[in-house]
Design a protein around this ligand. Structure first.
Ligand code: AHM
Ligand code: MG
Length: 333
């Protein structure tokens, strides 16, 4: 029987490879792992207890917030706050940045941007959802941490990943040195290394886009979708970015969320959806750009909740899509 490596062991092992490391990032990553287990427990029993359904409130963007979103948000915030390593949090569910009080009067070094439960429209029909996170370093320790401290390009992110609450629960993350996937073994309550050094295939047989918006897409997007269909690629769209991108990561393919009439800047959030997923995909050998052909990781954010278009997945397919944008676009790119 091969030896099982738990998430904690893996994080510790990597820390030992870097003698200069302070262990603070490791501890933050471990806390995210613990939060993921707690959220997972609730997601799994969502059908059993009366936690499902609309909470009755709307989050500040006007999307309906469901109970599990609130639970996941609160759990993540509480674990990150107690970790002592996180100075502030930006969450999809909170309009303002959340300042975290110092633990034992020690300054924390990191900032966390997260979507605590992405794909929330899937919750009450028992379809996969996910948690997305990106960890930033505080650039100037002498300055007070404000929302502006989060306005760093994706290339500055030091760790990013996601948790997929699916048929099994997986945590996939990168610290900029490859991507590793861990599957939760419910019998021992541990994330165990199941997918070391993930590499995305150069192309795949899948494309993922909300084709229901076809007529609302720009012409280059419509031409590209026609092309995918001509090639007999298989359309897969769960409506949960984590799940859809996870499929591309393992089986190859392309995920697109372009601008629509309703969302002229795209729907997905740059800081806590597009950047972390782009870092994971790039670290696995894939590409991620917006429809202006900018690399997502190099976009300078101007607002913590800003939206972005995204084209992400297998490198050969993203390059191909890029050519469609250049050829058919009626805007300047
Ligand atoms: P959410 O954070 O409110 O759940 O919204 C993000 C989700 C993504 O997971 C998914 O890719 C997208 O919204 C689906 O949107 P649409 O229903 O417009 O296709
Ligand atoms: Mg989301």
């Amino acid at each position: 029987m091969s030896k099982i490596t738990t998430l904690d062991e893996f994080i510790l092992h990597n820390e030992n490879l870097h003698p200069e490391s302070t262990g603070k990032l490791s501890s933050l990553l471990r806390d995210i792992g613990v939060a993921a287990k707690i959220v997972n427990r609730e997601v799994n029993k969502a059908g059993l207890v009366n936690i499902l359904g609309i909470e009755g409130s709307e989050n500040f963007t006007g999307d309906m917030v469901q109970k599990l979103d609130i639970f996941a948000n609160e759990k993540m915030i509480s674990l990150l706050s107690n970790s002592g390593e996180c100075a502030a949090i930006v969450s999809e569910e909170n309009e303002e940045m959340i300042s975290v009080p110092k633990v034992k009067n020690i300054n924390a070094n990191y900032l966390v941007a997260m979507d605590p439960l992405d794909g929330s429209s899937n919750i009450d029909v028992n379809v996969s959802v996910g948690t997305i996170f990106g960890i930033y370093k505080i650039q100037d320790e002498n300055k007070e941490v404000t929302a502006e401290s989060f306005l760093q390009k994706g290339v500055e992110v030091i760790a990013a990943g996601y948790v997929l609450y699916g048929t099994s629960t997986m945590l996939v993350y990168t610290t900029g040195n490859g991507v590793n996937g861990f599957t939760l073994d419910p019998s021992i309550g541990e994330f165990c290394l199941s997918h070391p050094n993930i590499k995305i295939p150069d192309r795949g047989n899948y494309y993922s886009v909300n084709q229901g918006y076809y007529l609302k897409f720009d012409v280059e997007m419509r031409r590209y979708i026609d092309y995918c269909s001509d090639l007999n690629l298989r359309l897969r769209y769960i409506g949960s970015m984590v799940s859809d991108v996870h499929r591309m990561l393992f089986q190859g393919g392309i995920f697109l969320y372009p601008n629509t009439r309703k969302y002229p800047q795209g729907k997905l959030r740059l800081l806590y959806e597009c950047v972390p997923m782009s870092m994971v995909v790039e670290q696995a050998g894939g590409h991620a750009i917006n429809t202006k052909l900018e690399r997502i990781m190099e976009v300078q954010p101007v607002n913590i909740h800003q939206r972005s278009t995204i084209v992400i997945g297998s490198p050969a397919m993203v390059k191909e899509m890029q050519e469609f944008i250049k050829k058919y676009t009626q805007h300047e790119v």
